[in-house]
Write a protein that binds this ligand. Sequence first.
Ligand code: GDP
Length: 300
Amino acid sequence: MATFGTLSDRLADTFKNLRNKGKLSPADVDGTVREIRRALLDADVAFDVVKAFTTTVRERALGDEVSKALNPAQQVVQIVNEELVEILGGTQRRLEFSKNPPTVIMLAGLQGAGKTTLAGKLAKWLAKDGHTPLLVAADLQRPNAVQQLQVVGEQAGAAVFAPEPGNGVGDPVKVAKQAIKFARDKVYDTVIVDTAGRLGVDADLMKQASNIRKAVDPDEVLFVIDAMIGQDAVATAKAFQEGVDFTGVVLSKLDGDARGGAALSVASVTGRPIMFASTGESLDDFEPFHPDRMASRILD
Ligand code: GDP
């Protein structure tokens, strides 16, 4: 994956140096941890996350599990792998479906993060699994947003609920409420609510997203974050956590050449799991996120 290319290469070099040593001295461990720290910081991983990560790796690497290991270097790689899985959220978290359909999934995030594209990806993925998704255009901020969702819905083969003139236009909260009623009446089992984003975190935007959340009482609120956002990832994620309180994270644009910091920081700083990864512009470039597989890819 392009996003982690440099980080992956740097860690590979670090471990190559380690493999040439038989037993590891505390100095070897410290040197290795220092290189890991630099590689993570250069990949834009948040400072606090790097600090906690390297402290744990160091403690474990100096402990019995390494000194008694047949292959100490391999054991250190294993520890780094386990701790990476941990900061990526531990075990995979699946979508929660409501026992009382429709299941409501709300999308939040900055403009351009990839929400509308994700709405289509999710709808297609859910439909393949036998669900009947309804896409809801509650982004009434951008002039083209409703139309863009309609195009995406067509590509995904999913129905789109959009405001009709004179019927709640301009009020995304009303539209979202009407959509839930419509889904219930027409027996759509999943409702995906696309919401407006701004270029930066903005109080009005948060208020609107928060009002939509209150109105539709979603089963999941997915915060979509562009992996390319780099150092801003942590502040943005925290602002959305305070503003709308999401239940899961979707990393988008993992196909780009971002350095990976956003991906590696967000679950850890928000305590919310990364649930999906978006890896391209096509609706099929999308997959559930597996922390263990992602860690293995980084350390491959
Ligand atoms: P929104 O403003 O949050 O709804 O973002 P959009 O869904 O409109 O996406 C913004 C731009 O990013 C569009 O040009 C999308 O085609 C593109 N995009 C979305 N997801 C991805 C992705 O995973 N990879 C790449 N390369 N582009 C993406």
